[in-house]
Design a protein around this ligand. Structure first.
Ligand SMILES: Nc1nc2c(ncn2[C@@H]2O[C@H](COP(=O)(O)OP(=O)(O)O)[C@@H](O)[C@H]2O)c(=O)[nH]1
Ligand SMILES: [Mg+2]
Length: 462
């Protein structure tokens, strides 16, 4: 992808489909000339000041009228992208928006790449990189917490925290360098103990930010939960009871759920992606075997595995032993069908089964008794610290987390250098490495490859 910053781009900024209105965005040096050439209004766009709204007709280069609408004029640098911009609001419909966009393209604009408006906003200094990325994550937020974390990032909370740490490190660097100048005369103005304490403090904060990505990832991607167990244990019934709708087919014939179904469940503002799977048993039926193979595959990517078994039998342990579980995965053991066991206690508890600590939830998927306890158990798998980090800044991008980790590593090296009595030069070098690692979060990236991979995640028109 070659990006020229001097051409004029256009795209439909609203999602495809039918709606009351759609917005076609034009940005670049010729935006107002191009917009003006296809928009017939009482006062021409070309001579209109910024922040003005015009009613008129959208007309093709051949003079044919395409739609009636509104055009908003923004003049550089006071626009989203920092360039001259025209936003045409027309009627929302697949055909009409496509027709208006074609008229704009025929008048000289180029079709925008995904995220190109935001990329220009970044390159024009309208927003730092972390805020530009927050735009994409805000748009794709699927849960309240993802939304909250993205909005905080968009408002510059992460950028603010990172800039504070960078400026503290730069200050320490300067101190070390001043000392370097004086050291030839054998005078030391900087207490190394004091520098060490400050570096340690910054390192702790950097690590805490990096660590917040554990929660950030959960906010962003949700928690993936897989329901497994022998046929007829009541997996699909449980799936339905959890989602309170009959999405999965429930039948008394063993082996009905051959593929798997995924649905989303929102608990405490966190997205749980729940998958119902085929029963686990040796099967001669090739379709069912395929389902079982898929079950095993979906277990691999799961954060939480719910093992469902009939409370009257002892299958849970056997199933648990047969699963390819990792240490990081959490297991919830559902003892189902307690409606068939009179007097069965329904308290959620932790027990050791097949050598693992599991949360045991007795319930009845049929009557709904105990389902509430399962929802509570799912929330508990997320962990107290992950649920409470929204009080502070939360990192929601792998790229940011990696830069923070890189910064923390440089700070460790700096502390080592200090500890082993290396000269200030070495310590200052490591600090500068940390400053540049943290700088990658907010900007300082000009490499096209990195920028391309960041903005490729955007939708067209943003
Ligand atoms: N009595 C009782 N029957 C249940 C319960 N949960 C599921 N069932 C029944 O068990 C059978 C198998 O259920 P299903 O959800 O299809 O099991 P799956 O094969 O594990 O997906 C169906 O007849 C359900 O009605 C329960 O909690 N109590
Ligand atoms: Mg089923």
């Amino acid at each position: 992808m070659t990006i020229s910053r001097t051409d004029t781009i256009a795209a439909v900024a609203t999602p495809p489909g039918e709606g009351a209105i759609a917005v076609i965005r034009i940005s670049g040096p010729d935006a107002i000339a191009i917009g003006g050439s296809i928009f017939r209004a009482r006062s021409p766009l070309a001579s209109s000041p910024g922040f003005t709204l015009h009613h008129g007709l959208i007309v093709g280069t051949d003079g044919r009228e395409v739609d009636e609408g509104l055009a908003a004029v923004f003049r550089a640098p006071r626009s989203y992208s920092g360039e001259d911009t025209v936003e045409i609001s027309c009627h929302g419909g697949l055909f009409v928006t496509g027709a208006v966009l074609n008229v704009v393209l025929a008048a000289g604009a180029r079709r925008a790449d995904p995220g190109e408006f935001t990329r220009r906003a970044y390159l024009n200094g309208k927003m730092d990189l972390s805020r530009a990325e927050a735009v994409a994550s805000l748009i794709s937020s699927g849960s309240e917490r993802a939304h909250r974390a993205s909005l905080a990032q968009l408002q510059g909370r992460l950028a603010g925290a990172v800039e504070e740490l960078r400026s503290e490190l730069s200050r320490l660097c300067a101190l070390l360098e001043i000392d370097l100048d004086f050291s030839e005369e054998g005078i030391s103005v900087v207490g190394r103990a004091e520098i060490e304490r400050s570096i340690r403090q910054v390192k702790e904060r950097v690590e805490r930010l990096a660590h917040s990505f554990r929660a950030g990832k959960i906010y962003r991607d949700g928690v993936s939960v897989v329901i497994v167990g022998p046929p007829n244990a009541g997996k699909s019934s449980l799936f339905n009871a959890l989602l309170k709708e009959s999405r999965a087919i429930v039948t008394p014939i063993a082996g009905t759920t051959r593929d798997y179904l995924e649905e989303s469940l929102m608990l405490e503002g966190i997205l749980f992606r729940i998958t119902d799977t085929a029963g686990l048993r040796k099967s001669g039926d090739p379709i069912e075997s395929e389902g079982i193979a898929r079950t095993m595959k979906s277990i691999e990517g799961a954060d939480v595995v719910i093992v469902v078994a009939d409370a009257r039998g002892g299958e849970a342990k056997v199933v648990l032993e047969s699963l390819p579980l990792t240490a990081a995965q959490q297991v919830v053991l559902v003892r189902n069908k307690i409606d068939l066991i009179p007097g069965e206690p329904e308290n959620v508890h932790v027990a050791n089964e097949a050598g693992r600590n599991c949360i045991v939830v007795p319930l009845s998927a049929l009557t709904g008794k105990g389902i509430h306890g399962l929802a509570g158990a799912l929330i508990n798998t997320v962990g107290e610290s992950e649920l409470s980090v929204h009080e502070t800044v939360c990192v929601i991008s792998e790229r940011h987390a990696e830069s923070l980790r890189k910064g923390a590593r440089s700070l460790s090296t700096a502390l080592e250098s200090l500890g082993t009595g290396m000269t200030n030069e070495f310590v200052a070098f490591d600090l500068r490495e940390a400053v540049s690692a943290l700088g990658e979060i907010t900007g300082g990236i000009t490499s096209d490859d990195v920028l391309n991979s960041i903005f490729a995640q955007f939708c067209v028109g943003k």
